[in-house]
Design a protein around this ligand. Structure first.
Ligand SMILES: Nc1nc2c(ncn2[C@@H]2O[C@H](COP(=O)(O)OP(=O)(O)OP(=O)(O)O)[C@@H](O)[C@H]2O)c(=O)[nH]1
Ligand SMILES: [Mg+2]
Length: 243
C-alpha cells in the first residue's frame, strides 16, 4: 500500500512568484516528501527555475493565458489519486493538505473545499471577507446547500473529477464553478476550515472583475443545464471545455 504522500499531487499555478515559490515547495517537501508537485507556470522571473531545482514538475504556459486555463491544465496534469490545489504565494496551510486529501481518499468525497472564512482572517481585507461571505450565502440560497468559501484556492479533487465538469475557462473566479458544478452534478462535496496567511509577493487579482464573474458563475452554475448523464473522465476529454 503506498503511503499517503505517494497518493497526492499538489498542483499550483504561478505567475511571477519567485519570492514565495521556494518556501512553498520547501514546506510541501517537508510535510509530504513523496507528494508530486506540479506547477503550471507563466512567469517572466525565476519562478520556474527555482521550482525545478526543488523537484517540481514545471509545465510552462507562456505567454500567460489567465487563471482558468492555467488551473485547468494543472488539474488535468494529475497522475495521482487526489490532487490538492494551492496558490503559489504562501497564503495556504501546507500542513492541512493531508487532511483534505484523506477526506477524498478515505471518506469518499469528490471535492473538499478549504474554507478560509470561519472567521475573518487577518490576511484578508474586510471588504473581501464580506464579499466572499455574501457570495457564499447567495450560492447557498440558490442551491439549498451551505457553501462556505467559493473562491478558495485550496481544494482537494478526486482523480477524474475536474475532467467531468463543464466549467467556463474564460474570465475570473473559476474556483466558483469548480465547487458549484460538482455539487450540481451529484458529487460529494465537503469542506474543512483552514488558516489563511498574508501573501508573499504581488497579487494580480482584480476585485471588480472577480466579483462580476462570481455572480455570473453562480447564476450559470445554478440555471444552465448540465449534461444529462455525466460522461466518463476519458470520454469527456476534448469537449465540454467552455461555454
Ligand atoms: N500560470 C498562471 N498563474 C497565474 C495566472 N494568474 C494568476 N496566477 C497564479 O494564481 C495564483 C492565484 O493568484 P493570486 O494573485 O494569488 O490571486 P488571489 O489569491 O485571488 O489574490 P491574493 O488574495 O492577493 O493572493 C497565484 O499563485 C498566481 O501566481 C496566470 O495567468 N497564469
Ligand atoms: Mg493568492
Amino acid at each position: 500500500m503506498p503511503s499517503i504522500d505517494e497518493r497526492i499531487t499538489v498542483a499550483m499555478i504561478s505567475m511571477n512568484e519567485e519570492e514565495a515559490v521556494g518556501k512553498v515547495i520547501g514546506n510541501i517537501r517537508a510535510a509530504l516528501p513523496a507528494a508530486e508537485v506540479v506547477l503550471v507556470d507563466s512567469s517572466d522571473d525565476r519562478t520556474p527555475e527555482i521550482a525545478r531545482a526543488l523537484g517540481a514538475r514545471v509545465i510552462r504556459q507562456h505567454p500567460p493565458r489567465g487563471y482558468g486555463r492555467a488551473m485547468d491544465l494543472a488539474l488535468r496534469s494529475n497522475e495521482r489519486e487526489v490532487v490538492v490545489t494551492m496558490d503559489c504565494d504562501d497564503t495556504y496551510p501546507v500542513d492541512q493538505i493531508e487532511t483534505l486529501a484523506r477526506l477524498v481518499l478515505e471518506e469518499g468525497y469528490d471535492v473538499v473545499d478549504g474554507n478560509r472564512l470561519r472567521s475573518k482572517p487577518a490576511a484578508m481585507r474586510t471588504i473581501n471577507y464580506l464579499g466572499n461571505w455574501i457570495f457564499a450565502m447567495f450560492a447557498s440560497i440558490l442551491f439549498f446547500k451551505r457553501f462556505r468559501d467559493l473562491h478558495s484556492g485550496m481544494r482537494a479533487y478526486k482523480r477524474g473529477v475536474p475532467e467531468r465538469l463543464k466549467y467556463n475557462l474564460n474570465g475570473a473566479a473559476q474556483p466558483v464553478h469548480l465547487l458549484l458544478l460538482p455539487h450540481k452534478s451529484g458529487m460529494k462535496v465537503g469542506f474543512v476550515d483552514i488558516a489563511y496567511r498574508f501573501r508573499l509577493g504581488e497579487s494580480v487579482m482584480n476585485p471588480l472583475e472577480t466579483s462580476l464573474w462570481t455572480v455570473r458563475r453562480i447564476v450559470t452554475a445554478r440555471f444552465r443545464p448540465i449534461a444529462p448523464s455525466m460522461p466518463s473522465a476519458s470520454s469527456a476529454k476534448g469537449r465540454n471545455r467552455s461555454r
